[in-house]
Write a protein that binds this ligand. Structure first.
Ligand code: AR6
Length: 169
């Protein structure tokens, strides 16, 4: 059984086995939570991302997939980078957002991670409506078959915290 909890705060301060990053396909950093993770974790994370680009992910990490690196100076062992979909009104990309959560948990299982912190993937620069993202995220984690014992959604502001808490209750 996976316990799902919600906390309001900064994901870079979480003491967990793995922190999920809402990255982009380049894996080379960006704004939002991605920028915060690289700033707080230091250059070891970027070096590992560059190595992934030079080996398995020459064309970048596809949307909906996930890959792990060490966590540098963060109080976690690993960062699991996943690429959320950009929100679209014309096309339903929900399955890709669900895939980010499933794939991140699959990578966590490969690592042996038992506690995993997720941000609200795609809800910032990628503009996914918060309530819908919260529903997809929580439903997907609930349905996942995983050995992860605790999934901690770490929400940056009150609105995000409320949206996720409603789904977890
Ligand atoms: N801790 C927790 N949540 C955070 C933090 C933090 N330190 N900082 C921001 N958030 P975003 P996306 C929240 O934009 O929409 C990057 O440039 C934020 O309030 O970080 O998936 C990547 O490189 C929002 O609710 O990610 C990609 O290019 C949520 O994290 C692109 O942005 C996600 O917002 C990905 O866009």
């Amino acid at each position: 059984m996976t316990t799902i909890i919600c906390v309001q705060g900064d994901i870079t301060g979480q003491h967990v086995d793995a922190i999920v990053n809402a990255a982009n396909s380049s894996l080379l950093g960006g704004g939002g939570v991605d920028g915060a993770i690289h700033r707080a974790g230091g250059p070891e994370i970027l070096a590992a991302c560059r190595a992934l680009r030079a080996s398995h992910y020459g064309k970048g990490l596809p949307t909906g997939r996930a890959v792990a690196t060490p966590a540098g100076r963060l109080p976690a062992r690993w960062v699991i980078h996943t690429v959320g979909p950009v929100y679209s009104q014309e096309e339903d990309r929900s399955e890709l957002l669900a895939s980010c959560h499933r794939e991140s948990l699959r990578v966590a299982d490969e690592l042996g991670a038992r506690t995993v912190a997720f941000p609200a993937i795609s809800t910032g620069i990628f503009r996914w409506p918060m309530e819908d993202a919260a529903r997809i995220a929580v439903e997907t984690v609930r349905a996942a078959e995983t050995n992860v014992e605790e999934v901690r959604f770490v929400l940056f502001d009150e609105r995000a915290y409320e949206a996720f808490s409603v789904q977890v209750r």
